[in-house]
Design a protein around this ligand. Structure first.
Ligand code: ZN
Length: 94
């Protein structure tokens, strides 16, 4: 059992509420802010929007946009600049 408790997002707009299904699946308390990123995260990283960011990833890693979007949905918002990028690096060039 994973006993790790993740710290809450410190963003002022972050939503905080108990995520019943996610908590049940994870076996620990899961707060709504865990799966949430401010929409400005893309602007902060130099992109106009989520779709713009995904298009850039598609071009940068030569991976079809469909695949990038599927992976983005799989990894979720919190992995957008982390796990998603790693996954694309892994499949780059195939
Ligand atoms: Zn929270």
């Amino acid at each position: 059992m994973n006993e790790e408790v993740l710290p809450c997002s410190t963003h002022p707009d972050a939503p905080h509420s108990f995520m019943r299904d996610a908590s049940h699946n994870a076996g620990r308390y899961v707060c709504e802010c865990e799966g949430w990123l401010p929409s400005s995260i893309y602007e902060d990283n130099g992109y106009t929007s989520r779709s713009h960011y995904l298009e850039c990833l598609s071009e940068d890693y030569n991976v079809p946009l469909d695949t990038v979007e599927a992976l983005a949905n799989l990894y979720g918002e919190v992995e957008m600049f982390d796990g998603l990028v790693t996954a694309l690096q892994d499949i780059e060039g195939y």
